[in-house]
Design a protein. Structure first.
Length: 429
């Protein structure tokens, strides 16, 4: 048997190890756009680098990495993915989480609630370990929480038993041809659900609602809804059951309350105890680069939200604080529209907007159209320069937020690099 792996990162390595146990005599060939392998390859594995096309691959099985479009691959054999392989083999129920932003936080909150109940939980996908690497340790009595991007869902032929659809907005339009293709990929999370499955969806988002309503699952759980998960008088409720104070959630912002509602609804079949839910919410204090406090300097608080790579996530960051804000926006393009973000800046208490990167001029034009004047475009700057300019502008009791609404490429390696440079610069103030 001949197996082709398209790319060989962390997921590719776990895929190789999984398939090697199933097909010990198979010949493995790695196809990569990079000229050189980024890590040492197992003995006997063939590497083909500098690949510009994935057409006419000679293999019985081709394993697609999420970044590669399914329609860019042709082969005489089967095209699959690590996500497809995992869904076919997983013995435990899967809670799948998708959306444009909040997937990692919501998946982590679900896992934390379930763990607080004593359940063995496997958090996999971009947020956890590679799914196939966890497979040997999963039993029928466990629960899997899987963070699913549009790239992973794109060509799926199976859906999770519990599908969670968070807020969706335009994203990844540098890879997807248009919004329709992006939404079609997201909708795969419910496309193959059975009647006794469950879909939890954001009632207030038109795209999430459309996916939820269209599901063939009998159990449709919109949030926030009075008969399901909602907030009332600073308490989390499920229907008429008073669960715990909102203060049990240690993450700032109304958007994180929404993430908590989705997590409570997803975990509800397993956990209905308010004290356990409170313990689960309290135990999770946030993911790196998701609106996390770095430190306070001269009575100004600095927040790292480098993973805020869409306008919607930047809007959520602005709404999380009532005090005056210095916000850092900009980066590389993903096809986003900045009109709604500019209108939010106009309404917010803004001390200054600092614009950086490839999208700075487009965001500036959107701010002009909204009547926002308190911004400046920074050219040829380092993160240290950016943070020092924010420091000079901010006044006591302000907050400074890095929530770029854009991808990071060009100035930084990735959003983690951007966030780490921000943290480093703030710590040097």
């Amino acid at each position: 048997m001949k197996i082709a792996l398209l790319g060989y990162g962390i997921e590719g390595e776990s895929t190789y190890l999984y398939l090697k146990t199933l097909y010990p005599d198979a010949q493995f060939v790695i196809y990569d756009q990079a000229a050189q392998a980024k890590k040492q390859l197992p003995s006997g594995v063939v590497f083909k680098g500098g690949v510009s096309s994935f057409h006419n691959i000679d293999a019985d099985m081709v394993v697609r990495t999420p970044a590669i479009r399914p329609d860019s691959i042709t082969t005489r054999g089967e095209v699959t993915s690590a996500t497809k392989l995992f869904f076919a083999a997983c013995p435990a129920p899967i809670i799948g989480v998708t959306g444009s932003k909040g997937k990692g936080t919501t998946a982590s909150l679900i896992a934390s609630i379930l763990r607080a109940s004593g359940r063995k939980v496997h958090l996999v996908g971009n947020i956890g370990e590679p799914a196939l690497a966890a497979l040997d340790d999963i039993t029928i009595d466990d629960v899997v929480v899987y963070e699913l991007s549009s790239f992973q869902l794109w060509d799926m032929k199976a859906s999770p038993q519990v599908a969670v659809v968070l807020m969706i907005e335009a994203d990844h339009l540098d890879v997807h041809r248009d919004m329709d293709e992006y939404l079609a990929a997201k909708a795969q999370i419910t496309a193959y659900q059975q009647a006794d499955d469950t879909v939890v969806y954001n009632e207030e988002n038109v795209y999430a609602r459309a996916i939820g309503v269209a599901s063939t699952a009998d159990h449709k759980i919109p949030y926030p809804q009075p008969q399901f998960a909602h907030v009332e008088e600073e308490y989390f409720y499920y229907d008429k059951t008073k669960l715990c104070p909102v203060s049990a959630l240690k993450l700032p912002g109304g958007h994180n309350q929404q993430n908590a509602l989705a997590a409570i609804a997803a975990a509800w079949p397993w956990v209905k105890d308010g004290a356990v839910i409170a313990a689960g919410l309290s135990a999770f204090t946030g993911l790196p680069h998701r609106l996390k406090l770095v430190r306070e300097v001269a009575q100004v608080r600095y927040y790292d939200d480098s993973n805020g790579t869409t306008p919607g996530s930047a809007i959520a960051a602005l709404r999380a604080f009532s005090q005056p804000k210095v916000v850092i926006l900009g980066g590389s393009a993903k096809g986003a529209d900045f009109g709604e973000l500019a209108n939010e800046v106009k309404k917010a208490s803004i001390r200054q907007v600092l614009l950086i990167g490839q999208e700075a001029a487009r965001i500036g034009a959107a701010l002009d159209a909204a009547g926002v004047t308190q911004y400046r475009i920074l050219h040829d700057v380092t993160m240290s320069d950016i943070v020092h300019q924010a420091h000079e502008v901010a006044q006591p009791n302000d907050v400074v937020i890095l929530s770029p609404a854009c991808a990071s490429f060009g100035m930084f390696k990735n959003y983690q690099d951007r966030g780490e440079q921000f943290i480093g610069a703030v710590n040097k103030l």
